[in-house]
Design a protein around this ligand. Structure first.
Ligand SMILES: [Zn+2]
Length: 109
């Protein structure tokens, strides 16, 4: 048996899209989308947010609506750092006379 969540997008039920139309004739509504709940997996396409939002638009509207509460859950008061070896610069060029620099950055192990 499949489990479903209602999309958490705050405006999901206001989108003028055929998939939102529900109800009987004369009593039609635009309704929040049902989202199939999938178990977490290693498949490349699996993203946890897909269990709670029907699309990225609804996800980003939720973020916009709840950003202060989300930041309060895991505030960052200090920057994070990843130790790296001294970067080296490599200069490349092509047959058209263009050249460009590319920094090689390697993490310390
Ligand atoms: Zn939605």
């Amino acid at each position: 048996m499949s489990n479903y969540n209602w999309c958490h997008g705050p405006n999901c039920h206001t989108k003028h899209i055929q998939s939102r139309v529900r109800g009987s004739k004369g009593n039609k509504v635009l309704r929040t989308m049902k989202v199939k709940h999938n178990e977490p997996s290693d498949r490349y396409w699996f993203r946890h947010w897909c269990n709670y939002f029907c699309n990225q638009s609804c996800l980003m509207e939720f973020v916009e609506h709840n950003i202060q509460g989300m930041i309060a859950l895991a505030p960052r008061r200090e920057p994070l750092e990843t130790p790296i070896k001294d970067p080296t610069k490599e200069t490349n060029s092509n047959n058209y006379g263009y050249s460009w620099n590319r920094w090689t950055i390697e993490e310390k192990t």
